[in-house]
Design a protein around this ligand. Structure first.
Ligand code: 0X9
Ligand code: CA
Ligand code: ZN
Length: 435
């Protein structure tokens, strides 16, 4: 009994203490009217090492996390430049504590009824260990359909596993492959239910046989396990992996895995270790990126649709990150619109419609991204999904947090988009491999 209370308290005390590092951090929404104002923000970003969650543009404001100590200086800077802004969240720690409370209440309720059923519930954001064990369990339970592959280890040594889902054990090369991954960015928790939902609908609760008969699937739910665990144990808004040892005396850790891939590496990303978009010491310097490269290369002649699932903002993005379109750009756009429409048809009314387009034209230039790398290998359709932002009670965007009530919906609605893209891929697939 005492032991239970002690364990409970340790867990809770630990959990609430963890958010202390964000005490007094505020979230600003900044209206950028001109290009000058945009570059002014980039300036501020570098000067105070701010964490820009969304760059704004296309009628949406920039969203920026500002540490307590920098708040007045940043506000002064914005005022002096005549830039309009709004304080979206006064103290993000309070929102983090609330997220934790709501998620643990929802998970507590669901555990009782779920012990008998296979699968991971959609009332919780599951930790690395639970997902890892689940992938193995699925392969054991459905040996004719599911293969689990250990693709290698993360910087801190965690196994990165993916599933191959196929009615022919990947032997029928006339079928296209759909590849998808989530959690390349650690804090983008809502992306995990998207891949878990797809797995559930392809393996446990199959209602649409064509998706299995016409397509082979590769699904990698946790692309950045070290960063992901770090967001649970230490720092909810961590984005990068957890690599260390770049410079003597430099305490900063982590490479942005979505800047570490080999297409145009280092051209539109940061060379400083402390930056949120640090690109690493060379292309594919990070084990997590090298693992994804190897999977992609091994199947590149058959992957027709490549999906890297991120959050947030309801964007359906494609390459290239320098604003130059791939030769089949119009088809990429068309399929992007189909996927977006399928999601929009069932999305929560309070969330905006997806916007489809080239990532540099809609958001900002970026190099070394996963989906650009896939595109550059000749994979016809490569996208970055940006799932909807969390909205708090005041309906102001607070980005990466997860509303427990949205977990299943995130899985469900994103699956509609994935299916639309997958069916297009199956209907239009022309084998590219050479015998
Ligand atoms: O900047 C990123 O890495 C992605 N956005 S996020 O807010 N999740 O960090 C967008 C990358 C999109 N790049 C391409 N599709 N080329
Ligand atoms: Ca629920
Ligand atoms: Zn991301």
């Amino acid at each position: 009994m005492y032991k239970t209370i002690l364990v409970f308290c340790l867990a809770l005390c630990y959990v609430f203490a963890k958010n202390e590092i964000y005490d007094g951090h505020a979230l600003y929404q900044i209206d950028l009217q001109t290009e000058e104002q945009g570059s002014f923000l980039v300036d501020l970003e570098h000067r105070f090492n701010l964490d820009v969650w969304a760059h704004g543009g296309q009628g949406t404001p920039a969203t920026v996390l500002v540490p307590k100590a920098a708040r007045s200086l940043v506000q002064d800077g914005l005022d002096a430049a005549g830039i309009r802004y709004k304080l979206a969240v006064e103290n993000v720690k309070e929102e983090l504590d609330l997220e934790e409370k709501l998620l643990s209440e929802a998970a507590g309720k669901s555990n009782i009824t779920r012990s008998s059923r296979l699968g991971l519930s959609f009332d919780a954001i599951h930790r690395y260990a639970a997902v890892d064990a689940y992938l193995v369990e699925l392969a054991n339970r459905f040996p004719n359909l599911v293969t689990v592959v250990s693709a290698g280890r993360s910087f801190e040594g965690r196994d990165i596993k993916y599933l191959k889902i196929s009615t022919t054990n990947f032997q029928d090369r006339s079928k296209p492959i759909v590849y998808m991954q989530s959690l390349l960015h650690a804090r983008e928790w809502v992306t995990l239910p998207a891949t878990l939902y797809a797995i559930e609908k392809l393996v446990i609760d199959v209602q649409e046989q064509d998706l299995l008969h016409n397509i082979d699937w590769i699904i990698l739910p946790i692309a950045n396990p070290d960063g992901y665990e770090f967001t649970h144990t230490s720092s909810r808004y961590w984005r990068k992996n957890r690599a260390t040892g770049f410079m003597v005396g430099n305490m900063c850790a982590g490479v942005d895995l979505n800047r570490n891939f080999g297409h145009q590496w280092s051209q539109a990303s940061s060379a400083s270790v402390c930056s949120e978009t640090f690109h690493g010491s060379s292309a594919f310097s990070e084990p997590e990126a090298a693992i994804i490269r190897d999977i992609t290369l091994a199947y590149s002649d058959r992957i027709e649709l490549f999906l890297d699932i991120h959050s947030f903002g309801s964007w359906m993005l494609y390459g290239y990150g320098d604003g130059v379109l791939p030769p089949n750009g119009l088809i990429i756009h068309l399929v992007g619109v189909r996927m977006a429409e399928a999601i929009d048809a069932v999305k929560w009314p309070s969330n905006r419609n997806y916007v489809v387009g080239n990532t540099a034209l809609l958001l900002y230039p970026a190099s070394g991204t996963t989906s650009d790398y896939a595109q550059s290998l000749g994979i016809p359709l490569a996208y970055t999904y940006e799932l909807p932002a969390y909205r708090n009670n005041y309906n102001t965007v607070s980005g990466f947090l997860v509303d427990p009530d949205f977990i299943e919906q995130a899985g469900f609605e994103t699956w509609q988009g994935i299916k639309a893209g997958a069916r297009y891929a199956a209907d239009n697939y022309r084998a590219r491999y050479k015998e």
